[in-house]
Design a protein around this ligand. Sequence first.
Ligand SMILES: [Zn+2]
Length: 308
Amino acid sequence: MVKETIRYFFLISLLTNCINAQNNSFDFEVTPVTKNVYSIVSPSFGLPTPENKGWNANSHFVVTKDGVLLFDTGSSETIGNKIKNAIKTVTNKPVRWVINSHSHADHWLGNAAFSEADIFSSKEAKETMKKYGKEDLAFYNRVTKGTIGKTQLVYPTKLITKHQKMNLGGVEVEFIFSNNSHSHGDVLVWLPQQKIIFGGDVLSSSWMPIIINPKKVPDLIQTLNTIAKLKPKHVLTGHGVVTNGSTIVRDANLLSNVWQQVKEAKSNGKTKSEVLTSIETKLAPTYKDLYSNFTSEIKRYVEVLYKL
Ligand SMILES: [Zn+2]
């Protein structure tokens, strides 16, 4: 329970005022991004609930000449099958490759629907899945009151190494490690020909960047700066709508700003609530309208960063 509480704290923090996204359909709609890249954006972010039946994360896919490459599989076998059916509305080609961005349950428990594919993750992510998979499954079942359906745990079958590049069905694919800035063994995928980045939970769009381990904020900023230099045309994130490279710069600036201000204010002997007031006053005019959870999340940022 304690472990669950810590692992899901970030989700709870997103829950307060973030149930709405721009896409309000629970129909697993496919959104075209380019002529062969598509997103399936969940209208829900925050905790898995009986209402969203556990579907709170996005999947994205690339149709290649030899089959489909799928990035993230959702939170259950049922959700995985819905993703599979959504893909079938676009192509008859089978899903041949699956990439799990990281070990959080909402990104890989749907693997069971794709057990015939090669499933890739980092070694660290796979180890974490093995460690917590059962517990995560039980948690998702409980909080969705069983509406998530039954799921078999299917782990990645292939491991990705740092800076690895592959050609999958004629599409160049590069793997970028985040230095564990969101979770242990996060992997981002870069399509250099089309300048598309699949960010998992390392990148964000309509809500604040997710801070899980406050000590990793400098790594997160560094990863964001690295990705921004690639100048992606399309940014596909683990939660929230499809976006572009400008949001990565925005997020890096916000995080650097908060990090610096908390550090400085603390060294000047300011209390936590003074820090919060001054940060809110300075940042709200620029950022409040850019993130749907600015007000709740900036409080949590200060809370966790002030403790460092
Ligand atoms: Zn995550």
